[in-house]
Design a protein around this ligand. Structure first.
Ligand SMILES: [Zn+2]
Length: 192
């Protein structure tokens, strides 16, 4: 995949700009990638609702579950659909609002120093092969561009509060992907 960043926007991703972002702290380098899973309504894939949530255009009367999302202001840098389609909502130069109250290796507010990747999915079923096929080159591109030191799940930076991406995410496949000797060692959450 020919991957180019321009001001934090990946050329190979579909761009849908979200208003939900702000500046990273001055001088802050991206050192963490946080993986998530999301589906709206839960377990339903392929609809327009996740993109609507991240752009503050979700009709919260469209489904009973959405009532709890009124006035929610969240975003992610990247969203990978079930078919592997890649959407970018926020420049990686900016701080997306994906991790919330969070901590990694003693540092609070992971949004400050992380990139968020949402996989369309749930904690109850496997992710699609096409999603991994899109995730691997995305991670490689991000690692080539930023001094990434760890790739973790939302559940690892907000334990007790968040459980995504959940037990079906293939951490072992990720570890194998990134363990080639020419690459900088990366920290993972504890593997099963
Ligand atoms: Zn999450």
């Amino acid at each position: 995949m020919d991957v180019k960043f321009q001001e934090g926007w990946l050329s190979s991703a579909q761009r849908i700009a979200s208003p939900n972002f702000d500046a990273r702290p001055a001088g802050e380098a991206v050192s963490l990638i946080v993986l998530h899973s999301i589906s709206l309504p839960p377990e339903a894939f392929g609809g327009p609702y996740v993109a609507a949530l991240f752009t503050n255009t979700l009709d919260c009367s469209a489904h009973p579950y959405f009532a709890q999302l009124i006035d929610t202001r969240v975003s992610t840098h990247f969203f990978i659909r079930r078919d592997g389609g890649l959407i970018q909502f926020v420049s990686t130069a900016d701080r997306a609002w994906h991790a919330g109250k969070s901590r990694w290796q003693g540092r609070e507010n992971c949004n400050d120093f992380s990139i968020g990747i949402e996989l369309e999915g749930s904690e109850r079923q496997a992710f699609a092969a096409a999603q991994y096929a899109a995730l691997w080159p995305l991670l490689a591109a991000l690692r080539a561009h930023y001094p990434v030191r760890a790739i973790v799940g939302h559940e690892h930076v907000a334990p007790g509060r968040k459980t995504d991406p959940g037990p079906h995410f293939d951490w072992i496949a990720l570890a194998k992907r990134l363990s080639s000797p020419d690459k900088t060692p990366i920290t993972f959450p504890s593997l099963p």
